[in-house]
Design a binder for this molecule. Structure first.
Ligand code: PYC
Length: 426
């Protein structure tokens, strides 16, 4: 646990208002936030994937367990995968007690992250509304609210009048095809600046001694005698006692290299952002029926997302079909947004598991651990995943908080059933 006010993390690079002014006026370059290192021939721990999960694992290994002989490898740049291709929504209003507890710990770590990393991650506690447009979804919201409350998580079902009070621009009349019957309101939810989270963890992990190797693709994983021995990379072979697969989009391909099969299918998820406008939307709004979620950033842009594409693929290209669907769904909720212009759209890759819960912990290959299968929930789970994976590596035991997420649950038929907590239908 990170106690309030306790500064356990590193204090790299303090930037004062004066240094901001100096760099702004003189154009003097900012110091690099993390260093480049030559690849060592071996590390105690190699983490594949330089997104929030991999970097957080490296950070908590160093901070909580003093394990710093660690390399994080990414085939592209840090945060260029799922961590840079999400909609940065944070919440813990899940459906299963295991999920609620897990995501709530993540939210708790996110709340303290700016102080912990000494990096402004721009966490904004906006509150989170999941709209119900049918009796069936209202029932699921009630169920979630009760499970949340039992775990001490602030969530409740509210009626259309409360929805209107929280989001004055929303159409709560009975004119739309899918009128709003109520919503699950989760005040602790919000958004964060996703790049800042990646950069903050990267800077802190680097400062504590981890090596971050960008543009280093893993091409093979060496396994012999049932145990992992190291990885082959485009930057040479690297021996390791522990190898962690913390990738999104490529989780099955990386696991295959170690001879581990994952019950995962990969689908793109598209999102888009508008031009900035005056702040008017205080709350994150989600409609599963209309397959859309909306939030407004500190810069004033509206960020929209949808459900995953209907076909499995590794494509990160946008599609006109998505844009048309998105626009019509958003306008059913908030007709007054009709003159807003979309600026950009993107897609991230979602590794979907059969039960919408992640796969975390050891595998049948000794020393080869996975932190994968995040579906559409990956970004919000970054801190708690890093904390739990670090503990798992350091102690050799699976922490209680991820004990239900093991790969072996599929063979045992003990699935978790977290689909009802999905922001949108799939
Ligand atoms: O689960 O809150 C969510 C979410 C938002 C975007 C993708 N997933």
């Amino acid at each position: 646990m990170v106690e309030r006010g306790r500064r356990t993390g590193p204090r790299p690079g303090r930037y004062s208002a004066l240094s901001l002014l100096r760099h702004g006026v003189t154009g003097q370059a900012w110091p690099a936030a993390w260093r480049n290192h030559d690849m060592r021939r071996g590390y105690r721990v190699v983490i594949i994937g330089g997104g929030v999960h991999g970097l957080a694992t490296a950070y908590y290994l160093a901070r909580n367990h003093q394990i710093t002989d660690v390399a994080v490898l990414d085939k592209g740049y840090l945060g260029g995968g799922g961590s840079g291709r999400n909609t940065a929504i944070l919440r813990s209003n899940y459906l299963t007690p295991e999920g609620v507890r897990f995501y709530d710990r993540s939210l708790q770590l996110y709340r303290g992250l700016a102080a912990d990393l000494n990096f402004n991650v721009m966490f904004s506690r906006k509150g989170h509304l999941t709209l119900a447009h049918s009796d069936a979804s209202l029932r699921t919201m009630r169920w979630r609210a009760e499970v949340n409350k039992l775990s001490g998580v602030d969530s409740d079902v509210v009626g259309p009048a409360d929805v209107k009070r929280l989001v004055p621009h929303i159409d709560t009349s009975d004119r739309p095809r899918y009128p709003i019957l109520g919503a699950l309101y989760h005040p602790p939810g919000g958004i964060i600046r996703h790049d800042a989270v990646v950069w903050g963890y990267a800077r802190a992990a680097d400062h504590l001694g981890a090596h971050l190797h960008q543009h280093t693709e893993v091409t093979g994983i060496d396994v012999s005698g049932g145990r992992v021995r190291g990885v082959r990379t485009t930057n040479g072979d690297v021996a390791a006692d522990v190898v962690v697969n913390a990738t999104a989009g490529w989780a099955t391909l990386v696991a295959d290299m170690a001879g581990v099969r994952l019950p995962v299918q990969t689908f793109p998820l598209q999102a888009a952002v508008t031009e900035p406008v005056k702040p008017f939307l205080r709350t994150v709004v989600v409609s599963g029926t209309l397959h859309v979620y909306v939030s407004q950033t500190a810069r004033g842009e509206l960020v929209f997302g949808a459900s995953v594409d209907p076909f499995a693929s590794y494509s990160t290209q946008g599609s006109l079909e998505f844009t048309e669907g998105l626009a019509s769904h958003v306008l059913q909720l908030m007709p007054s947004l009709s003159s807003l212009r979309l600026l950009r759209q993107w897609a991230g890759l979602c590794d979907m598991t059969p039960d919408f819960a992640p796969i975390m912990g050891p595998t049948d290959v000794d020393g080869f651990l996975v932190d994968v299968g995040w579906g559409t929930y990956g970004f919000k789970a970054g801190p708690v995943s890093g904390e739990a994976m670090a503990e798992c590596i350091a102690t050799g035991r699976t922490p209680e908080i991820i004990s239900s997420f093991g790969l072996d649950r599929f063979a045992r038929g003990e699935l978790l059933g977290e689909k009802g907590a999905a922001a949108v239908g799939h």
